[in-house]
Unconditional design. Structure first.
Length: 373
């Protein structure tokens, strides 16, 4: 039975992950009754070898259940290039010593931190400042937007706050404080002149609240910005032609767009706890998508002209036909984003996939279809 375990190999293109774990767990449990499940899982992962083994271990940091290992392994095999190219080299049928087995094991790829370049840590534990921390103050991108509304301002732009339930008021206060801490909002002083105030609404979904400004009156009198937004179908067609795709999402995208002093005075909200002024572009403004698309197109004009970068408002897509070229392009975009203070939402990033969800569709180098979710 020990020989059967040692000689077992895993081919990601032929073997099922669940079968591998069940069969090898049964063998190891019979040979070593007191061996812990975490040790058994580690021994089974060595059957994958190379990049696949390393990717699973990085995915499953800390104590993990066998089910989590299986799901992570399936995810990597089906969604990344690693699983499609990984086949461990079979061991010789004759018995070999432990030393020789270790020598034959494929070398792990050398990983280094993108931020500092050291191999001793990765970006998630790096002490160097990065633009992926979602709790830090959101920096302003070096572009300011202006809303054009002629004076005198109509009465519809001076509105009172809406009555709210105690639960909604509590949620509103929480959202206001969060935006103040992020540098998106500030409280208007008692001695400041106030000509425009817009009420806010607390929207609920799955017991989670969201603060939404009622900017309907403001949008009615705003001169429309005709800057073109990328068409979804054209974007999907471009993405689906690539072999490797990375998608990134700007963290609270519109909030990274700065405002001129005149525009800040127009974007003031009124609540039960006072009047507040937006220092960055809020969501719900008529021209916000056009402003943001123009800003992104200006920043990444060179990359757009080369045809491998696709921008849809705050969604970023990097497309390549080779892995090495894809890494170069990814580094190039991250360098430029950091240079102009664009923060990236790490939770919404997908790096180097052959197939992923984009704009409500599933796209890959072979097809493009609607995501049924």
């Amino acid at each position: 039975m020990e020989n059967a375990f040692e000689n077992a190999i895993f081919n990601s293109q032929k073997d099922e992950t669940l079968t591998l774990f069940l069969k090898q767990t049964e063998r190891l449990s019979a040979l070593h009754p007191y061996m812990s499940y975490s040790t058994i899982n580690m021994k089974i992962l060595r059957k994958c070898g190379g990049e696949l083994e390393h990717a699973i271990k990085w995915r499953c940091v800390g104590p993990c259940s066998t089910e989590h290992y299986i799901n992570s392994m399936e995810d990597i095999i089906t969604k990344t290039r690693i699983g499609k190219t990984c086949t461990r080299v079979p061991m010789e049928s004759k018995m070999v010593s432990k030393t020789s087995r270790e020598d034959k094991r494929p070398e792990r790829p050398i990983l280094k931190c993108y931020t500092c370049g050291r191999t001793s840590n990765l970006a998630n534990t790096c002490t160097k400042k990065t633009n992926i921390n979602e709790s830090q103050v959101i920096k302003k991108v070096q572009f300011d937007s202006t809303l054009n509304i002629d004076r005198p301002y109509p009465p519809v732009l001076r509105r009172p706050d809406y009555p709210d339930s105690p639960k909604a008021r509590e949620a509103l206060e929480k959202h206001v404080q969060e935006l103040i801490q992020l540098g998106v909002l500030r409280k208007v002083g008692d001695n400041e002149e106030v000509e425009v105030t817009m009420p806010v609404i607390i929207a609920w979904h799955n017991d989670k609240s969201r603060m939404v400004g009622d900017f309907g009156g403001l949008n009615t009198y705003t001169v429309p910005d005709r800057y073109p937004i990328a068409r979804i179908q054209e974007t999907l067609t471009q993405v689906s032609k690539a072999k490797y795709i990375t998608s990134m999402d700007a963290l609270k995208g519109f909030h990274q767009n700065g405002l001129t002093p005149k525009t800040k005075k127009l974007l003031r909200i009124i609540t039960h706890c006072g009047i507040y002024e937006y220092l960055r572009m809020p969501f719900g403004i008529k021209n916000a998508p056009s402003y943001y698309q123009r800003m992104m197109n200006t920043i990444f004009a060179t990359e757009l002209s080369e045809g491998w970068l696709i921008l849809y408002i705050d969604d970023i897509f990097i497309c390549s036909d080779s892995w090495s070229l894809h890494l170069e392009r990814l580094a190039r975009i991250l360098d430029k984003a950091t240079g102009v203070n664009i923060n990236i939402s790490l939770k919404k990033c997908n790096f180097g996939f052959e197939e992923l969800e984009a704009l409500g569709h599933i796209v890959s180098g072979l097809r493009s279809g609607i995501d049924k979710k």
